[in-house]
Design a protein around this ligand. Structure first.
Ligand SMILES: NC(=O)c1ccc[n+]([C@@H]2O[C@H](COP(=O)([O-])OP(=O)(O)OC[C@H]3O[C@@H](n4cnc5c(N)ncnc54)[C@H](OP(=O)(O)O)[C@@H]3O)[C@@H](O)[C@H]2O)c1
Length: 357
Protein backbone atom coordinates (compact mmCIF):
# COMPACT_ATOMS: atom_id res chain seq x y z
CA UNK A 1 0.00 0.00 0.00
CA UNK A 2 1.32 3.45 -0.93
CA UNK A 3 -0.70 6.59 -0.05
CA UNK A 4 -1.13 9.38 -2.65
CA UNK A 5 0.59 11.86 -0.34
CA UNK A 6 2.38 11.76 2.98
CA UNK A 7 0.05 12.56 5.89
CA UNK A 8 0.71 15.75 7.89
CA UNK A 9 1.76 14.85 11.41
CA UNK A 10 2.03 16.76 14.70
CA UNK A 11 4.16 15.39 17.52
CA UNK A 12 2.75 16.49 20.89
CA UNK A 13 5.55 16.51 23.47
CA UNK A 14 8.14 16.50 20.68
CA UNK A 15 10.97 17.76 22.90
CA UNK A 16 10.96 14.87 25.44
CA UNK A 17 12.58 11.43 25.52
CA UNK A 18 9.80 9.74 23.55
CA UNK A 19 9.13 12.82 21.42
CA UNK A 20 12.72 12.76 20.16
CA UNK A 21 12.29 9.13 19.15
CA UNK A 22 9.16 10.10 17.21
CA UNK A 23 11.14 12.80 15.43
CA UNK A 24 13.81 10.29 14.45
CA UNK A 25 11.37 7.61 13.31
CA UNK A 26 9.13 9.98 11.34
CA UNK A 27 11.72 12.19 9.70
CA UNK A 28 12.05 9.79 6.75
CA UNK A 29 8.81 7.88 7.01
CA UNK A 30 7.27 6.84 3.69
CA UNK A 31 3.67 7.62 4.75
CA UNK A 32 3.98 10.39 7.36
CA UNK A 33 5.58 13.83 7.35
CA UNK A 34 6.34 15.94 10.44
CA UNK A 35 4.69 19.32 9.87
CA UNK A 36 4.36 20.50 13.47
CA UNK A 37 6.20 19.94 16.74
CA UNK A 38 4.42 20.98 19.95
CA UNK A 39 5.45 21.09 23.59
CA UNK A 40 5.01 23.16 26.75
CA UNK A 41 5.03 26.95 27.10
CA UNK A 42 8.70 26.60 28.09
CA UNK A 43 9.49 25.50 24.53
CA UNK A 44 6.80 27.19 22.40
CA UNK A 45 8.14 29.94 20.12
CA UNK A 46 11.70 28.53 20.01
CA UNK A 47 13.16 26.54 17.18
CA UNK A 48 13.12 22.80 17.82
CA UNK A 49 16.93 22.92 17.81
CA UNK A 50 16.94 25.44 20.68
CA UNK A 51 14.02 24.03 22.65
CA UNK A 52 15.25 20.47 22.77
CA UNK A 53 18.14 18.84 24.64
CA UNK A 54 18.74 16.24 21.94
CA UNK A 55 19.55 12.87 23.52
CA UNK A 56 19.16 10.38 20.63
CA UNK A 57 22.51 8.91 19.54
CA UNK A 58 21.97 9.97 15.90
CA UNK A 59 21.99 13.64 14.76
CA UNK A 60 18.83 15.71 14.96
CA UNK A 61 17.10 15.46 11.54
CA UNK A 62 17.90 18.58 9.49
CA UNK A 63 14.31 19.18 8.38
CA UNK A 64 12.99 19.32 11.94
CA UNK A 65 15.70 21.43 13.61
CA UNK A 66 14.41 24.82 12.27
CA UNK A 67 10.69 24.14 12.93
CA UNK A 68 9.20 26.53 15.49
CA UNK A 69 7.78 24.63 18.46
CA UNK A 70 4.11 25.47 19.01
CA UNK A 71 1.74 25.14 21.93
CA UNK A 72 -0.63 22.15 22.06
CA UNK A 73 -3.74 23.80 20.59
CA UNK A 74 -5.63 21.56 18.19
CA UNK A 75 -5.96 22.33 14.49
CA UNK A 76 -7.64 20.63 11.56
CA UNK A 77 -4.80 21.14 9.05
CA UNK A 78 -3.14 18.06 10.54
CA UNK A 79 -3.96 14.48 9.48
CA UNK A 80 -2.49 12.61 12.43
CA UNK A 81 -1.20 13.30 15.97
CA UNK A 82 1.36 11.33 17.93
CA UNK A 83 1.38 12.10 21.63
CA UNK A 84 4.46 11.86 23.85
CA UNK A 85 2.98 14.12 26.52
CA UNK A 86 3.30 13.54 30.24
CA UNK A 87 0.13 12.27 31.87
CA UNK A 88 -0.59 15.54 33.70
CA UNK A 89 -1.50 17.20 30.39
CA UNK A 90 -2.07 14.38 27.89
CA UNK A 91 -5.66 13.45 28.79
CA UNK A 92 -7.50 16.66 27.87
CA UNK A 93 -5.14 17.67 25.07
CA UNK A 94 -5.56 14.36 23.25
CA UNK A 95 -9.36 14.57 23.50
CA UNK A 96 -9.30 18.10 22.05
CA UNK A 97 -7.31 16.87 19.04
CA UNK A 98 -9.71 13.96 18.49
CA UNK A 99 -12.62 16.43 18.72
CA UNK A 100 -10.92 18.43 15.95
CA UNK A 101 -11.16 15.33 13.73
CA UNK A 102 -7.55 14.19 14.13
CA UNK A 103 -6.66 10.55 14.98
CA UNK A 104 -4.41 10.52 18.07
CA UNK A 105 -1.86 7.80 18.79
CA UNK A 106 -0.77 8.19 22.40
CA UNK A 107 1.91 6.90 24.74
CA UNK A 108 0.40 8.41 27.84
CA UNK A 109 -1.48 6.33 30.38
CA UNK A 110 -4.59 8.55 30.61
CA UNK A 111 -6.96 6.79 28.18
CA UNK A 112 -5.42 3.31 28.07
CA UNK A 113 -7.92 1.52 30.29
CA UNK A 114 -11.04 3.30 29.02
CA UNK A 115 -13.33 0.59 27.61
CA UNK A 116 -13.80 2.24 24.19
CA UNK A 117 -10.08 2.98 23.60
CA UNK A 118 -7.86 0.39 21.90
CA UNK A 119 -4.70 -0.52 23.84
CA UNK A 120 -2.78 -1.79 20.87
CA UNK A 121 0.03 -4.13 19.97
CA UNK A 122 -0.58 -4.72 16.26
CA UNK A 123 0.78 -8.28 16.20
CA UNK A 124 -1.31 -9.22 19.23
CA UNK A 125 -4.69 -7.50 19.07
CA UNK A 126 -5.29 -5.79 15.69
CA UNK A 127 -9.03 -6.45 16.10
CA UNK A 128 -9.14 -4.01 19.01
CA UNK A 129 -9.24 -1.28 16.34
CA UNK A 130 -12.89 -2.29 15.98
CA UNK A 131 -13.61 -0.19 19.08
CA UNK A 132 -13.15 2.97 17.05
CA UNK A 133 -16.61 3.39 15.46
CA UNK A 134 -18.26 3.02 18.88
CA UNK A 135 -15.76 5.45 20.41
CA UNK A 136 -16.48 8.10 17.77
CA UNK A 137 -20.23 7.65 18.19
CA UNK A 138 -20.37 7.73 21.99
CA UNK A 139 -17.92 10.62 22.35
CA UNK A 140 -19.36 12.52 19.39
CA UNK A 141 -15.94 12.80 17.73
CA UNK A 142 -16.02 13.59 14.01
CA UNK A 143 -15.61 10.29 12.10
CA UNK A 144 -11.96 11.04 11.34
CA UNK A 145 -11.00 11.69 15.00
CA UNK A 146 -10.30 8.97 17.57
CA UNK A 147 -7.92 7.84 20.31
CA UNK A 148 -5.59 4.82 20.15
CA UNK A 149 -3.08 4.09 22.90
CA UNK A 150 -0.06 1.90 23.24
CA UNK A 151 0.78 0.14 26.44
CA UNK A 152 3.12 0.83 29.30
CA UNK A 153 6.57 -0.12 28.01
CA UNK A 154 7.06 -3.11 30.32
CA UNK A 155 3.52 -4.34 29.65
CA UNK A 156 4.25 -4.18 25.90
CA UNK A 157 7.08 -6.72 26.09
CA UNK A 158 5.30 -8.92 28.62
CA UNK A 159 2.13 -9.07 26.52
CA UNK A 160 4.14 -9.71 23.35
CA UNK A 161 5.93 -12.69 24.93
CA UNK A 162 2.74 -14.05 26.49
CA UNK A 163 0.57 -13.69 23.37
CA UNK A 164 1.76 -16.79 21.48
CA UNK A 165 1.70 -18.86 24.69
CA UNK A 166 -1.78 -17.68 25.62
CA UNK A 167 -3.06 -18.27 22.10
CA UNK A 168 -1.58 -21.77 21.81
CA UNK A 169 -1.65 -23.25 25.32
CA UNK A 170 -3.55 -20.76 27.49
CA UNK A 171 -1.78 -18.82 30.24
CA UNK A 172 -3.25 -18.90 33.76
CA UNK A 173 -0.66 -17.32 36.05
CA UNK A 174 2.26 -14.97 35.43
CA UNK A 175 4.99 -13.76 37.75
CA UNK A 176 7.12 -10.93 36.36
CA UNK A 177 10.05 -9.04 37.90
CA UNK A 178 11.27 -6.08 35.84
CA UNK A 179 14.63 -4.29 35.61
CA UNK A 180 13.74 -1.01 33.91
CA UNK A 181 16.04 1.48 32.22
CA UNK A 182 16.41 5.08 33.37
CA UNK A 183 15.22 6.49 30.03
CA UNK A 184 11.80 5.14 31.02
CA UNK A 185 11.55 7.97 33.54
CA UNK A 186 11.80 10.70 30.88
CA UNK A 187 14.33 13.55 30.79
CA UNK A 188 16.08 14.62 33.02
CA UNK A 189 14.58 11.75 35.00
CA UNK A 190 16.29 10.41 38.10
CA UNK A 191 19.20 12.06 39.85
CA UNK A 192 22.56 10.40 39.08
CA UNK A 193 23.14 10.25 42.84
CA UNK A 194 20.00 8.15 43.29
CA UNK A 195 20.50 5.63 40.47
CA UNK A 196 24.27 5.25 39.92
CA UNK A 197 25.44 1.92 41.31
CA UNK A 198 21.96 1.32 42.69
CA UNK A 199 18.62 -0.41 42.16
CA UNK A 200 15.37 1.30 43.17
CA UNK A 201 12.64 -1.29 43.83
CA UNK A 202 9.69 1.02 43.16
CA UNK A 203 8.16 2.84 40.19
CA UNK A 204 4.90 4.56 41.02
CA UNK A 205 1.84 2.84 39.50
CA UNK A 206 3.93 0.52 37.34
CA UNK A 207 2.99 -2.82 38.91
CA UNK A 208 -0.71 -2.08 38.58
CA UNK A 209 -0.25 -1.10 34.91
CA UNK A 210 1.60 -4.34 34.14
CA UNK A 211 -1.16 -6.38 35.74
CA UNK A 212 -4.22 -4.67 34.25
CA UNK A 213 -2.89 -3.61 30.83
CA UNK A 214 -1.68 -7.15 30.06
CA UNK A 215 -5.19 -8.48 30.65
CA UNK A 216 -6.72 -5.86 28.36
CA UNK A 217 -4.15 -6.31 25.59
CA UNK A 218 -4.62 -10.09 25.55
CA UNK A 219 -8.40 -9.76 25.84
CA UNK A 220 -10.83 -10.70 23.09
CA UNK A 221 -12.79 -8.16 21.10
CA UNK A 222 -16.44 -9.16 20.67
CA UNK A 223 -19.13 -6.90 19.23
CA UNK A 224 -17.08 -3.77 19.80
CA UNK A 225 -16.13 -4.53 23.43
CA UNK A 226 -12.98 -5.97 25.00
CA UNK A 227 -13.28 -8.94 27.35
CA UNK A 228 -10.05 -8.96 29.40
CA UNK A 229 -8.01 -12.17 29.43
CA UNK A 230 -8.59 -14.12 32.63
CA UNK A 231 -4.92 -14.76 33.40
CA UNK A 232 -3.56 -13.37 36.69
CA UNK A 233 -0.34 -11.35 36.73
CA UNK A 234 1.86 -10.60 39.75
CA UNK A 235 4.43 -7.87 38.97
CA UNK A 236 7.40 -6.47 40.87
CA UNK A 237 9.34 -3.60 39.32
CA UNK A 238 12.84 -2.17 39.71
CA UNK A 239 14.65 0.82 38.20
CA UNK A 240 18.23 -0.12 37.31
CA UNK A 241 21.21 1.90 36.00
CA UNK A 242 20.75 0.96 32.33
CA UNK A 243 20.16 3.68 29.71
CA UNK A 244 17.73 1.91 27.34
CA UNK A 245 16.01 -1.48 27.51
CA UNK A 246 13.66 -3.06 30.01
CA UNK A 247 14.55 -6.62 31.07
CA UNK A 248 11.89 -8.86 32.63
CA UNK A 249 12.18 -12.21 34.43
CA UNK A 250 8.93 -14.01 33.68
CA UNK A 251 7.44 -17.30 34.93
CA UNK A 252 4.18 -18.69 33.54
CA UNK A 253 1.69 -21.40 34.36
CA UNK A 254 -0.06 -22.76 31.29
CA UNK A 255 -3.60 -24.12 31.05
CA UNK A 256 -2.70 -26.99 28.73
CA UNK A 257 0.51 -28.92 29.51
CA UNK A 258 3.10 -29.01 26.74
CA UNK A 259 6.85 -29.41 26.27
CA UNK A 260 9.72 -26.96 26.03
CA UNK A 261 10.18 -27.42 22.26
CA UNK A 262 6.57 -26.49 21.59
CA UNK A 263 6.85 -23.41 23.82
CA UNK A 264 9.96 -22.35 21.94
CA UNK A 265 8.27 -22.95 18.55
CA UNK A 266 5.21 -20.93 19.55
CA UNK A 267 7.41 -17.96 20.48
CA UNK A 268 9.77 -18.19 17.52
CA UNK A 269 7.07 -18.61 14.87
CA UNK A 270 4.85 -15.81 16.21
CA UNK A 271 3.91 -13.28 13.55
CA UNK A 272 1.03 -10.95 12.82
CA UNK A 273 -0.63 -8.39 10.58
CA UNK A 274 2.35 -5.96 10.55
CA UNK A 275 4.46 -8.72 9.01
CA UNK A 276 1.86 -9.98 6.51
CA UNK A 277 1.00 -6.38 5.52
CA UNK A 278 4.70 -5.53 5.40
CA UNK A 279 4.14 -2.32 7.37
CA UNK A 280 7.12 0.08 7.16
CA UNK A 281 8.08 -0.14 10.87
CA UNK A 282 7.34 -3.84 11.39
CA UNK A 283 10.21 -5.99 12.63
CA UNK A 284 10.80 -9.06 10.46
CA UNK A 285 10.20 -11.22 13.52
CA UNK A 286 8.25 -9.68 16.41
CA UNK A 287 9.80 -12.18 18.86
CA UNK A 288 13.44 -13.19 18.56
CA UNK A 289 14.34 -16.25 20.64
CA UNK A 290 17.96 -16.34 21.79
CA UNK A 291 19.55 -19.62 22.83
CA UNK A 292 22.76 -18.34 24.46
CA UNK A 293 22.28 -18.80 28.22
CA UNK A 294 23.35 -15.23 29.10
CA UNK A 295 21.10 -13.39 26.61
CA UNK A 296 19.20 -11.16 26.03
CA UNK A 297 21.18 -8.24 27.48
CA UNK A 298 20.24 -4.55 27.09
CA UNK A 299 23.76 -3.59 26.03
CA UNK A 300 24.06 -6.26 23.33
CA UNK A 301 20.55 -6.82 22.07
CA UNK A 302 18.24 -3.87 22.61
CA UNK A 303 19.03 -2.04 19.33
CA UNK A 304 18.72 -5.10 17.11
CA UNK A 305 15.78 -5.15 14.66
CA UNK A 306 15.73 -1.32 14.93
CA UNK A 307 14.60 -1.64 18.53
CA UNK A 308 11.23 -3.02 17.37
CA UNK A 309 11.47 -6.70 18.37
CA UNK A 310 10.94 -8.41 21.71
CA UNK A 311 13.86 -10.65 22.69
CA UNK A 312 13.25 -13.83 24.65
CA UNK A 313 15.99 -15.97 26.17
CA UNK A 314 16.67 -18.29 29.07
CA UNK A 315 13.67 -20.41 28.16
CA UNK A 316 13.52 -23.27 30.66
CA UNK A 317 11.31 -25.23 33.01
CA UNK A 318 10.19 -23.55 36.23
CA UNK A 319 9.98 -25.64 39.40
CA UNK A 320 7.07 -23.58 40.78
CA UNK A 321 5.06 -22.58 37.70
CA UNK A 322 5.62 -24.31 34.29
CA UNK A 323 8.18 -22.26 32.29
CA UNK A 324 10.42 -19.26 32.82
CA UNK A 325 12.16 -16.86 30.45
CA UNK A 326 13.95 -13.52 30.21
CA UNK A 327 12.28 -10.86 28.06
CA UNK A 328 13.86 -7.65 26.72
CA UNK A 329 12.60 -4.71 24.69
CA UNK A 330 13.57 -1.14 23.81
CA UNK A 331 11.40 1.03 26.04
CA UNK A 332 11.46 4.26 24.00
CA UNK A 333 11.24 2.52 20.60
CA UNK A 334 8.95 -0.53 20.56
CA UNK A 335 7.79 0.35 24.07
CA UNK A 336 6.82 3.90 23.11
CA UNK A 337 7.33 5.89 19.87
CA UNK A 338 7.94 2.90 17.56
CA UNK A 339 4.90 1.11 18.95
CA UNK A 340 2.73 4.17 18.26
CA UNK A 341 4.03 4.55 14.72
CA UNK A 342 3.26 0.88 14.05
CA UNK A 343 -0.25 1.37 15.46
CA UNK A 344 -0.80 4.25 13.04
CA UNK A 345 0.55 2.20 10.13
CA UNK A 346 -1.90 -0.58 10.95
CA UNK A 347 -4.78 1.92 11.18
CA UNK A 348 -3.73 3.31 7.80
CA UNK A 349 -3.51 -0.17 6.24
CA UNK A 350 -7.04 -0.80 7.53
CA UNK A 351 -8.33 2.42 5.97
CA UNK A 352 -9.06 4.16 9.29
CA UNK A 353 -6.84 7.14 8.49
CA UNK A 354 -5.74 8.86 5.33
CA UNK A 355 -8.70 7.63 3.31
CA UNK A 356 -6.75 4.66 1.88
CA UNK A 357 -7.04 1.01 2.67
N1 LIG B 1 10.26 7.11 28.41
C1 LIG B 1 9.70 5.92 28.15
O1 LIG B 1 10.39 4.88 28.04
C2 LIG B 1 8.21 5.79 27.96
C3 LIG B 1 7.70 4.57 27.53
C4 LIG B 1 6.34 4.43 27.34
C5 LIG B 1 5.50 5.49 27.58
N2 LIG B 1 6.01 6.68 28.01
C6 LIG B 1 5.07 7.79 28.21
O2 LIG B 1 5.31 8.75 27.18
C7 LIG B 1 5.04 10.06 27.67
C8 LIG B 1 6.29 10.93 27.48
O3 LIG B 1 7.35 10.39 28.27
P1 LIG B 1 8.84 10.95 28.19
O4 LIG B 1 9.65 9.94 28.88
O5 LIG B 1 9.16 11.34 26.79
O6 LIG B 1 8.71 12.30 29.08
P2 LIG B 1 9.64 13.62 29.04
O7 LIG B 1 11.00 13.29 28.55
O8 LIG B 1 9.49 14.22 30.40
O9 LIG B 1 8.93 14.58 27.95
C9 LIG B 1 7.69 15.17 28.22
C10 LIG B 1 7.19 16.00 27.05
O10 LIG B 1 5.92 16.56 27.44
C11 LIG B 1 6.01 18.02 27.42
N3 LIG B 1 5.32 18.58 28.57
C12 LIG B 1 5.61 18.36 29.89
N4 LIG B 1 4.78 19.09 30.67
C13 LIG B 1 3.99 19.83 29.84
C14 LIG B 1 2.97 20.78 30.04
N5 LIG B 1 2.58 21.16 31.26
N6 LIG B 1 2.37 21.31 28.96
C15 LIG B 1 2.73 20.93 27.71
N7 LIG B 1 3.72 20.03 27.44
C16 LIG B 1 4.34 19.49 28.50
C17 LIG B 1 7.49 18.34 27.48
O11 LIG B 1 7.71 19.61 26.85
P3 LIG B 1 8.89 20.62 27.34
O12 LIG B 1 10.19 20.04 26.84
O13 LIG B 1 8.53 21.89 26.66
O14 LIG B 1 8.83 20.68 28.83
C18 LIG B 1 8.08 17.17 26.68
O15 LIG B 1 7.98 17.44 25.30
C19 LIG B 1 4.64 9.91 29.14
O16 LIG B 1 3.23 9.91 29.22
C20 LIG B 1 5.23 8.55 29.53
O17 LIG B 1 4.54 7.95 30.57
C21 LIG B 1 7.34 6.87 28.20
Amino acid sequence: MKPDRRLRVVILGATGTVGQRFVTLLSHHPWFEITRVAASERSAGKTYRDACRWRVPTPMPKGVAPLIVTDLSAADDIDLAFSALTADVAGDVEVRWAQAGVPVFSNARNHRMEPDVPLMIPEVNPDHLRLIPGQCASRQFPASGFLVTNANCSATFLAMALAPLHRTFGVELVSVVTMQAVSGAGYPGLSALDISGNVIPFISGEEEKLESETQKILGLQRNGAIHPAELRVSAQVNRVPVIDGHLESVSVKLTNPTNLDDVRDALQSFSGEPQTEDLPSAPRMPIVVLDEPDRPQPKLDVDRENGMATFVGGLRRCSVLDYKMTVLGHNTLRGAAGGSVLNAELAMARGLIGGAG
